[in-house]
Ligand binder design. Sequence first.
Ligand code: UD1
Ligand code: CA
Length: 467
Amino acid sequence: MSKTAVVILAAGRGTRMRSQQPKVLHQAGGRTLLASVVAAVRAAGFAEGQIGVVAGYGLAAVQACLSGAAIRILPQERQQGTGDAVLAAQPFWSACDQVVVLHGDMPLLSAATVAGLAQQREALAAAAVLATAAPAEPRAYGRILRDPARPEAIVGIVEDRVATAEQKRIRELNAGFYCFAAAPLAAALARLGTDNPHGEYYLTDTIAAIAQAGGRVAAFPLADPQECLGINDRVELAQLDQELRRRKAEALMRAGVTIQLPGTVILDPDVEVGADTILEAGVQLLGATRVGAHCRIRAGAILSDCRLADHVLVRPYSVLESAVVESGASLGPFTRLREGAVIGPDAHIGNFVEVKKSRIGAGSKANHLAYIGDATVGAKANVGAGTITCNYDGVHKHPTVIGDGAFIGSNATLVAPVEIGDGAYVAAGSVVTEAVPGDALALGRARQTNKPGWAARRRQTAPPAKS
Ligand code: UD1
Ligand code: CA
C-alpha cells in the first residue's frame, strides 16, 4: 500500500463570511466545516497522524479546535493561493508516496470519495486523480480540459476567472479534491507561477504541468455533485446546514424513528435515537444525546448531551442538559434538567421543576415548581410543589438526602446539609434545618393563630378607600 498523507486546505479567511472567525470554523449540520471534512477522512480509514491541516487566517483558533487530536497544523504564512498552500504543507507529505488534497470548506465530502481518490490513484498508477462533477446548475468552478485527440486524457484545468466563453461551456468541473503522486506534484509545484488575475499560485495549474511532463491524470467522477458544494457566505452556510440536517433526519427516519415536520427538527451528527421513538416538531437533540426506543419527545424540547433509556416521555418545552433519564420516566412540560441530573425509572418530574446534580429514585415524583440540587431522593418519594433544596450557603454547596417513600409537603425549604429519613413527612411550608428521623413528621413553621372578628372590625374603623 502507498504511504499516504491527507492535506486539508483551510488557511483562507473566507472574506464573504464577514466574520472574525476563519471560515472553516463556522458550523453547518452541528459541527464545524473543518470537523465534517476531518470526519470524512477518518471514516475513510486514515489515522489522525496522516492528516495535516493548512492553517493561516485564525491559525490559533483552528489549532484550538483540533487540540487533543494528533492532526498536524501546517502554517501557511501568507495566503497566496491553493498551490502555495500545498507547497507550505510539503514537509508533511514529501516523504509519502501520495497526497490527498481536500478543501476544508466542503462539509458534504464523503468518506467514499476520500478513499476512492487514494485507491484509484494507486490502482491506475496515475500521477494525479481529481474529483470531477457535472452539476445541472452552472457554478464558477475550474473547468476540466481534455485533449480532443485523446478525450480520455485530462490536460489541464482552467479557472472560471480566465476561461474563454467556449471553455465556460464545459460542464465537467473541478470539485477541489485530488490525490497526487508525491514526486510529480513536487516537480509541478516547484515551477508554479502567479500569472493570473488573482496573482496567486493555483494548485490547478499543476495539472497541466503534470500532463505535459507525461504524467497520467485521471478523473474521479463524483456520484453526487452536491458533494463539492463549498461555502462562501452565510447564505450558503444556511443552505448546507439545512441539507446536513435533512440527511441526519432522513437516516433516523429510515432506521425507524418518526419525525414530525422534519424541517423543524435539529439533530446533531452524533445523536442516536432508537426505533419507534417519536420526535415532534421543533425538537432539538444536540451533542452526544442518545435517546432509546419507544420514547416520545414532544414539541420544542431541547436535549444536549443527554442519555434517555427506552419508554421515556418528555413533554413540550423541556430543556435537558447532560442528564440521564431511566426507563419509563416522564418529564415536563417545562422541566429543566441540568448537569448530573439522574432521573430513575418511572419517576415523574413536572412543570417548572429544576434538577441539578441529583439522583431521583425509581417512581418518585416532583411534579410542580421545585428546585432539587445536590440531592439524593430515594424511591417512591413525593416532593411537593414549591419545594426548594437550599444547597448553597453563598460559599459551598451542600447535599440533601430524601429517603424512600418520604413525603415533602408543599413549599418546604430544606436547608442543606440535611437528611429526611425513609417514610418521613415534612409539613407544608416547613423550613427544615435538622435531620428528620425515618417515619417522623417534621413541622418547622410558626403555629397559626386566628383572631375572630378582626377583619370586620377593621372594615368599620378604617377610613373609606379612595375610588
Ligand atoms: C478552487 C479551485 C477551482 C475549484 C474550486 C472548487 C484553485 C485555484 N481553484 O477554487 O478549480 O473548482 O476550488 O471549490 O484551486 N486556501 C488556502 N490557502 C490559500 C488559498 C486557499 O488554504 O492561500 C484554501 C481555502 O481556505 C479553501 C480552499 O483552499 O478551503 C479553496 O480555496 P478557494 O479560494 O475557495 O478556491 P476556489 O476559488 O473556490
Ligand atoms: Ca471556494
